[in-house]
Write a protein that binds this ligand. Structure first.
Ligand code: FAD
Length: 273
């Protein structure tokens, strides 16, 4: 289908984008366009104004900042996948970026767009949730920081304000080992039917799930079992606790629950080995 009529403005900077978002029109930011434009073509999104931030080049970077790695919101998957810094300090982000869609998607799609789009089938929100990532967001009232979990509003709904721009994502340095992302797909380059991230963080293990509810979710039952001394197989049995996986043409909700348990066991065995 053809999108509904919209106006289009190119933002020259973050401040310019914030100004355009505050114009009083139903405005949306456009980053890589790989999630928003399909929704507009289906007329599931009908913004009056698209504010294109794709050329704000100072939002595309990966750099060290104290204990964290700072990632600009407009950094594309391809740049994450090939970042030597991420490969050394937080490899789950680089590896998972390489699993997103196909090369065309990875050259256009941005990590910030993925977080703000809040699709439970997306990979980046799950990884960032497992890492307890922090977001830096800017609006007309200034800058604020929030845990990534607080940015999830619901299915395809961000909790960020409509006039705010996500500028940076901060992930901890995990070191080279102690992580895994197990993604089950029906066909190569597909979205995850279900996926599981496991990351060893200090003395605990964080586990997060893709496509097991309206947003990326932490597997609280698994984490609790592990901290109580359970082995990976026993802990993984609790992977579907508190989830509400969808039933669709890829899998029933029961099958997704089964997949979550199997993939969690594999992810834990890999991360803890
Ligand atoms: P856009 O589509 O430009 O924007 C998405 C939403 O985020 C919009 O609402 C927009 O207003 C908002 N937004 C964008 N940037 C910001 C910002 N800085 N601050 C605030 N709001 C912002 N994803 C996966 O995770 N795994 C896959 O396997 C996968 N496969 C795909 C296969 C195909 C064929 C396609 C088309 C997409 C696939 N994707 C997949 C989605 C892809 O990763 C998207 O590009 C990404 O999720 C959104 O990033 P974007 O830059 O394209 O965002």
């Amino acid at each position: 289908m053809i999108p509904a009529k919209f106006e289009y403005e190119v933002a020259e900077s973050v401040d310019h984008a914030i100004e355009l978002l505050g114009s009083g029109k139903d405005a949306k930011l456009l980053a890589g366009g790989h999630s928003l434009l399909p929704l507009m073509r289906l007329r599931l999104a009908r913004p009056e104004l698209l504010v294109d931030i794709g050329r704000v080049s100072d939002l595309s970077y990966v750099r060290e900042d104290g204990d964290a790695i700072a990632i600009g919101a407009l950094t594309r998957y391809r740049d994450l996948e090939t970042s030597e810094l991420l490969r050394a300090e937080c490899p789950i982000v680089a590896e998972t970026a390489g699993l997103v869609g196909d090369p065309q998607v990875r050259h256009r799609g941005t990590i910030g767009g993925s977080v703000a789009h809040c699709d439970p089938a997306s990979d980046a929100p799950t990884i960032l949730l497992a890492l307890d990532a922090e977001l830096v967001v800017r609006g007309s009232g200034g800058e604020r920081r929030l845990p990534v979990a607080e940015s999830f509003g619901g299915f395809l709904q961000t909790a960020l304000e409509p006039t705010e721009v996500l500028t940076e994502i901060r992930v901890p340095k995990t070191g080279a080992d102690g992580w895994a992302y197990q993604k089950s797909v029906r066909r190569a380059q597909d979205w995850a039917t279900v996926a599981v991230a496991a990351v060893r963080m200090n003395s605990s293990v964080h586990v997060a799930l893709t496509n097991m509810g309206p947003t990326a979710l932490r597997a609280g039952g698994v984490e609790e079992a592990l901290s109580g001394g359970a082995d990976p197989a026993a802990a993984a049995e609790r992977a579907a606790e508190g989830t509400s996986p969808p039933s669709d043409h890829n899998a029933s909700s029961e099958y997704r629950e089964h997949l979550a348990r199997v993939l969690t066991r594999r992810a834990l065995e890999e991360a803890l080995s």
